[in-house]
Ligand binder design. Structure first.
Ligand code: BEZ
Ligand code: FE
Length: 333
């Protein structure tokens, strides 16, 4: 396998994206390995190498007349990388069969309410990398992270200072902040959708279709300010009772996500952002199952003793509670 740094691959195929070039070919290294393998990629007899290279060229050529140039680029790059992977690991037929069975099982468990392929993309870091590629970190704008499967359209509106938990069990958390643009100008009437799991690690929809708790939306005031009562986030596992869970298990990985609270901020004339805030000090920050943590999104949740007056004048006599500030910065569209 080779990864040349030039703008076109050796066969002259366009390589598309700047700085990312790959032709799927194996290296014809002079120190040929007796079994035709090496740890970092195959070292093959010349005839075998030619057979494999020729197949790549034939498959690439089959997409040559694709009318949509972007589709052509996607398919040809996919073929290069896929063949490169097969050759790199010298994929066995049994392994290929297992991969097919894995994908078939992912298809079988997928329904309108359960998307195993997105989960697979999440645990491979592909969802997060797609977000990185499409949301440049720029101008201090709030960084994006994964959406996850638990966003629901049409969650109820709450007033500023209202209760988003709606009876979901957990430690109360006062969340406050502002929405501004990258010049620091307040964004009035920005819409914030928020959703979170309860202290048992479950979202309302995981109890059944009729429950609405731990989710809602509100609008910033004319100075771009917002506040609400939610729950202090706790860690919880991604759905792991299917093939993706088995994959995590076999590879010694945990299904747990770092504690977080989901936000989606939208405002006319601004780029929407879907993000989370994470809890400073959470031991899972470096082991999030879906690689969603970004340093800028880690916030201090300050624990308050029972009886400490809350910012809205309430006193929670029997309960500790936390408070956190999250100032959201939107880029103009
Ligand atoms: C979540 O945070 O809700 C989530 C994200 C990715 C996969 C599963 C769950
Ligand atoms: Fe979540």
């Amino acid at each position: 396998m080779s990864a040349p740094q030039n703008a076109a691959d050796p066969a002259g195929h366009p390589t598309g994206r700047p700085g990312v070039h790959f032709d799927g070919r194996s290296a014809a290294r002079p120190e040929s390995h007796p079994e035709g393998r090496s740890g970092g990629g195959a070292v093959l007899p010349e005839q075998q190498r030619q057979v494999e290279d020729e197949l790549i060229d034939t498959v690439l050529a089959s997409f040559e007349d694709t009318p949509d140039p972007r589709l052509k680029e996607l398919m040809q790059s996919l073929v290069r990388h896929l063949h490169g992977f097969i050759r790199d690991v010298r994929l066995t037929e049994e392994e290929w069969q297992q991969a097919v069975e894995f994908l078939t099982a992912a298809g079988h468990i997928t329904t309108d309410r359960r998307q195993e392929f997105v989960l697979l993309s999440d645990v491979l870091g592909a969802s997060m990398q797609t977000i990185n590629v499409n949301h440049e970190a720029a101008g201090g704008a709030t960084e994006a992270t994964v959406v996850g499967p638990f966003f629901v359209d049409g969650a109820p509106e709450i007033p500023i200072g209202g209760d988003l938990a709606r009876g979901a069990p957990g430690e109360p958390c006062w969340v406050e902040g502002t929405v501004t643009d990258t010049d620091g100008k307040p964004v009035a009437r920005a819409r914030l959708d928020i959703w979170e799991a309860d202290e048992g690690g479950l979202y309302d929809v995981q109890y059944g279709p009729d429950r609405t708790a731990g989710r809602g939306h509100l609008f910033t005031d004319d100075r771009g300010r917002y506040a609400f009562w939610g729950l202090t986030p706790t860690p919880y596992p991604i759905p792991h009772d299917g093939p993706v869970g088995q994959l995590l298990d076999k590879t010694g990985r945990s299904p747990l996500r770092a504690s977080h609270l989901h936000f989606r901020a939208t405002a006319p004339g601004h780029r929407a952002v879907t993000t989370h805030i994470f809890v400073q000090g959470d031991r899972l920050l470096t082991q999030d199952a879906v690689f969603g943590v970004k340093d800028s999104l880690v916030k201090r949740f300050e624990r308050q003793a029972p009886g400490t007056p809350a910012p809205d004048g309430r006193t929670l006599t029997d309960l500790s509670w936390t408070r956190v500030r999250f100032d959201i910065v939107l880029r103009r569209a």
